[in-house]
Design a protein around this ligand. Structure first.
Ligand SMILES: Cc1ncc(COP(=O)(O)O)c(C=O)c1O
Length: 451
């Protein structure tokens, strides 16, 4: 009897060939760590709404949502129209252009902390700039971050993004790592202790709904405490809203929880699904990029070839106009809630020691995590041991689950996924059916014991 992995290899034979060729070109055969997949990834040739199609024209319901950048699903007509028109008008002026004003105005209208805006090209660039400016502003050098939180891959923040959280990072000198201080998440006393004992901490950065979009969730109460504490200690508070910005609510997590940080990093949705990002925040901090800051010797140099690229600007404007209505968040959040509930019903009916959790449009898997009866124990990810939440899936189970789901037409990422406003009730039903069929296949493979 062929296993899921045998069928996967046979069904996606063309993808296997492409991945073999790719491994001669790219490390791991991929172009982003998160796209690495065992035994090999699938290849996509086109996408529309909630769907994407593979090399054999087989269709998948997509829960990657462009690494979170696609709140409206693939190819929303407004964005296609605007970007196509902009392409004909030019892709790069090497000059100021009116679209950047409209884009910036929409951001300041939506994001409570945005007194000033500076465009960049990615989330990594936005967090890099936030930290540099916070250092310039406070004249303090250290960054306080939280275990498990991800802020891009530059030297100041990559430590602790993955387990083990205190491991050194190859290629980052220890002297630089020493400037990053880590706290366990959701522990305000631990943060206060660090701020009290280390006067060189200049900023606190966090994902405001918790590590990896709520994989280790945080709540509004903690955000409020953090706001008070950072004000007391004269430390810059940075919300990394690269994912949560416009995904949680039109005003981001800060709008939803009514907590205003000093600086906010944005990317993904802000550029309408095209490359782009922004650092926004307090005027007095952002103005340190201005030539006026030269007088005091404080100007932060900031060029960037693709800053406020006109094509990204045209996409970002259309996206934010739609975000402003509040509808996309409503739909995406509702679809995720339905999906989480229904997947957990399947888990219960098969009496599996698995759990699906998440907030807003997030879907998080805990599969083969070694705990018994989590579902009946009223599992609460906020209070559960945070070290067991992220990267705690059984790799063999996960591999078969992902391959089985792809065979059944569903593309979920390794720890879950995200919904968009393009997902429908019918997509949710099809996804739940596919999940059930996959669980059955895993049972036949002997990966799940009969209950
Ligand atoms: C919260 C957060 N910050 C920063 C980044 C880095 O963004 P980028 O991949 O655009 O560099 C990401 C990317 O997933 C992210 O999720």
């Amino acid at each position: 009897m062929p296993t899921i992995l045998d069928v996967y290899e046979r069904t996606f034979a063309k993808d296997l060939k492409l991945s073999q060729k790719a491994s001669q070109l790219f490390p791991d055969g991929v172009t982003h760590d998160g796209r690495q997949m065992s035994p090999f990834p699938i290849y996509i040739t086109r996408a529309e709404g909630a769907y994407k199609w593979g090399v054999d024209d087989n269709v998948f319901i997509d829960y990657w949502a462009g690494h979170g950048a696609l709140l409206l699903g693939h190819n929303p007509p407004e964005i296609v129209k605007a970007t196509t028109a902009q392409m004909l008008l030019g892709t790069h002026y090497g000059a100021c252009h009116p679209l950047e004003l409209e884009w910036g105005e929409l951001i300041t209208e939506l994001v409570p902390s945005a007194e000033r805006v500076r465009f960049v090209s990615s989330g990594t660039e936005a967090t890099l700039m936030a930290i540099r400016l916070a250092r310039t502003f406070t004249q303090k050098n250290k960054v306080l971050k939280f275990e498990g939180h991800f802020h891009g891959w530059h030297d100041s923040v990559i430590m602790g993004a993955h387990k083990p959280y205190d491991a050194p990072i190859p290629g980052v000198p220890q002297e630089i790592l020493d400037y990053t201080v880590q706290s366990p998440p959701n522990d305000i006393d631990a943060v206060e202790k660090l701020l009290k004992t280390d006067e060189d901490i200049g900023c606190v950065i966090l994902e405001p709904t918790g590590a990896s979009f709520g994989t280790i969730p945080t709540n509004g109460e903690f955000l409020k405490q953090l706001r008070e504490l950072t004000l007391d200690y004269g430390v810059v508070l940075i919300f990394d809203e690269v994912i949560t910005g416009f995904r949680v609510a039109p005003g981001g997590a800060q709008g939803y929880y009514n907590v205003t940080p000093d600086l906010t990093t944005l990317a993904k949705i802000v550029a309408g699904g095209l490359p782009g990002g922004a650092l926004v925040g307090k005027k007095e901090i952002l103005e340190l990029i201005s030539v006026d800051a030269e007088e005091e010797g404080l100007k932060m140099p900031h060029p960037g070839t693709f800053n406020a690229n006109p094509v990204s600007a045209s996409a970002g404007i259309e996206m934010l106009k739609i975000v402003k209505t509040g509808k996309p968040n409503e739909i995406a959040n509702l679809m995720a809630q339905k999906l989480r509930d229904k997947l957990n019903e399947v888990i219960d009916s098969y009496k599996l020691d698995w759990v699906i959790y998440g907030e807003f449009s997030g879907i998080r898997f805990l599969v083969g995590h070694g705990e018994k009866d989590l579902r009946t124990k009223d599992f609460d990810p906020y209070t559960w041991d945070y070290r067991k939440l992220k990267e705690n899936n059984d790799p063999e189970l996960l591999k078969s689950l992902r391959c089985g789901l792809l065979l059944n037409g569903i593309d979920l990422a390794s720890n879950g996924g995200m919904t968009t406003a393009a997902h429908s009730d019918e997509d949710i039903t099809r996804t739940v059916d596919a999940f059930e069929r996959t669980v059955d296949m895993m049972r036949v493979d002997g990966l799940i014991l009969n209950s």
